[in-house]
Design a protein around this ligand. Structure first.
Ligand SMILES: Cc1cc2nc3c(=O)[nH]c(=O)nc-3n(C[C@H](O)[C@H](O)[C@H](O)COP(=O)(O)O)c2cc1C
Length: 359
C-alpha cells in the first residue's frame, strides 16, 4: 500500500486474522442488540461472533467475555470505539436539549446531561491486554499503532473498520491485520474516522477501491443479508462478510422487541442516515423522532448520545418505536426471526450449493 514503504512494513508486528469456516462475521452491535449468546451462536455455527464493547465499562465487558467463553470454545472478537474529541458549541447543544424536551416529557423522562467520555477506553484496552481474545476490532477511528502492537504481543489479531481508501491506508499503516470495509448500506453508526462527511459509497464499489490499494484480508459490511449478498462481497475481493441487521431479529439478539418488529413492518420501510439520536451519523429506520429532529441535530457525539439516552431508554421500555433509534441497514426487510445458528447455516448451505453448481 502506498502509505508505507517496505521498510516501514517490516517494523510492524503482525497477527493472522482467524478466518472462520463460514465467511460470516457477526457485526458487533452496541446498545443492547449484541449479546454473548448471539456471539456464541454465530461462532458455534462456524462464523465469527463479536461482542460490542461500546457504551459498556471494562467491568461489564469482562463479565460478558466470561459469559461468552462459557458458551463457546470457538474464536470470537471484541469491538471497541476509538474515542474522539468533541468540543460542542454549548448554545447548539442547549437548543437541541430544549427541542427534544417535549418528547422526553411525553415519555416521562428528562433529557440527560450532555457529556464527553472516552467510553472507558484505557481500562478496556488494559483488560484485553491482560485477558486476551482472538480478535479485536475498532470503529470510529484508527486504532493507535502502539495499541495494535500491544494486542499483537498478546496474540490478538486486529481489525480496523474503514469507510474509505484513505482510512484503509491509515489503518494499514497502524499495523492492523484485516480491514472491515463498511459500505453506505450499513445499519448503525457510520464507522468513519471523521464524521464531517456522510459516507455514500456502496459496499461493492468501496471493496473494489480498497482491494486495489491493499493486500490485507478485507471483510465487507453493509446490506449483506443472505448467501447471494455474501457471494457478491467475496467476488469483490473480500474474505468474509460482516452482517449486523441480518442478526437483529435472531432469537439471541437483545434488540428491543419493537425494533425487531419494525424491521419487517411496511410502515417503517425506509432507512436514512441521521445525527438526531447520537450526534454522529447512523443509519436507521425513518420514524417520527428522526423526521422531527434530524435537521436540527448538532454534530456532537457523544454529547447528543447522552442527551437523548433517558428518552431512548423510556421509549424502549414503553415500546414506543417512533421515539427509539431503530438502527437498520438498507436491506432490513430481509431480516429473519430465527436462531442465529440457523442464519449462519443457511448461508453456508447455499454457498456450498452454489459452488457445487460452479456458480
Ligand atoms: C444495532 C446496531 C449496532 C451496531 N453497533 C456497532 C458497534 O458497536 N461497533 C461497530 O463496529 N459496528 C456496529 N454496527 C455496525 C455492524 O457491526 C455492521 O457492520 C453493520 O450492521 C453492517 O451492515 P448491515 O446492518 O446492513 O448488516 C452496529 C449496527 C447495528 C445495526
Amino acid at each position: 500500500m502506498a502509505a508505507s514503504s517496505p521498510n516501514e512494513e517490516s517494523t510492524l508486528s503482525r497477527a493472522e486474522f482467524p478466518l472462520p469456516r463460514v465467511p460470516v462475521i457477526l457485526g458487533p452491535m452496541a446498545g443492547g442488540a449484541g449479546t454473548p449468546a448471539l456471539a456464541a451462536a454465530v461462532s458455534n455455527a462456524g462464523g465469527l461472533g463479536f461482542l460490542a464493547a461500546g457504551y459498556k465499562n471494562a467491568a461489564k465487558l469482562g463479565e460478558q467475555i466470561d459469559q461468552l467463553r462459557q458458551l463457546t470454545s470457538a474464536d470470537f472478537g471484541v469491538n471497541l470505539f476509538v474515542p474522539e474529541i468533541d468540543e460542542p458549541d454549548p448554545a447548539g447543544v442547549r437548543a437541541y436539549r430544549e427541542r427534544i424536551s417535549t418528547t422526553a416529557h411525553e415519555l416521562g423522562a428528562e433529557p440527560g446531561d450532555p457529556l464527553w467520555t472516552d467510553d472507558d477506553w484505557e481500562a478496556k484496552v488494559a483488560l484485553l491486554l491482560a485477558d486476551p481474545v482472538p480478535v479485536v476490532s475498532f470503529t470510529f477511528g484508527c486504532p493507535p499503532a502502539d495499541v495494535v502492537s500491544s494486542l499483537h504481543d498478546v496474540g490478538s489479531a486486529v481489525v480496523g473498520t474503514v469507510t474509505g481508501v484513505a482510512e484503509a491506508e491509515q489503518a494499514q499503516a497502524a499495523g492492523v491485520d484485516a480491514l472491515c470495509v463498511q459500505g453506505s448500506e450499513a445499519g448503525g453508526h457510520q464507522a468513519s474516522f471523521n464524521d464531517a462527511e456522510e459516507r455514500t459509497t456502496p459496499l461493492v464499489d468501496l471493496l473494489t477501491a480498497v482491494r486495489r490499494r491493499s493486500s490485507l484480508p478485507l471483510i465487507g459490511a453493509g446490506g449483506v443479508m443472505n448467501a447471494e449478498h455474501v457471494r457478491a462481497v467475496l467476488d469483490a475481493g473480500a474474505v468474509a462478510a460482516q452482517l449486523g441487521t441480518a442478526f437483529l431479529r435472531a432469537a439471541e439478539s437483545g434488540a428491543n422487541p419493537g425494533h425487531k418488529d419494525a424491521l419487517v413492518d411496511p410502515r417503517y420501510s425506509e432507512t436514512a442516515v441521521t445525527r438526531a439520536f447520537s450526534g454522529r451519523r447512523a443509519r436507521g429506520l425513518v420514524n417520527s423522532f428522526m423526521r422531527e429532529h434530524d435537521a436540527q441535530a448538532p454534530a456532537n457525539y457523544p454529547h447528543v448520545h447522552y442527551l437523548t439516552a433517558p428518552l431512548r431508554a423510556a421509549a424502549g421500555k414503553a415500546g414506543d418505536i417512533d421515539r427509539l433509534n431503530l438502527w437498520a441497514g438498507t436491506r432490513h426487510e430481509l431480516a429473519e426471526a430465527r436462531p442465529a445458528g440457523e442464519i449462519v447455516a443457511a448461508v453456508a448451505d447455499r454457498l456450498a450449493t452454489q459452488s457445487d453448481r460452479g456458480q
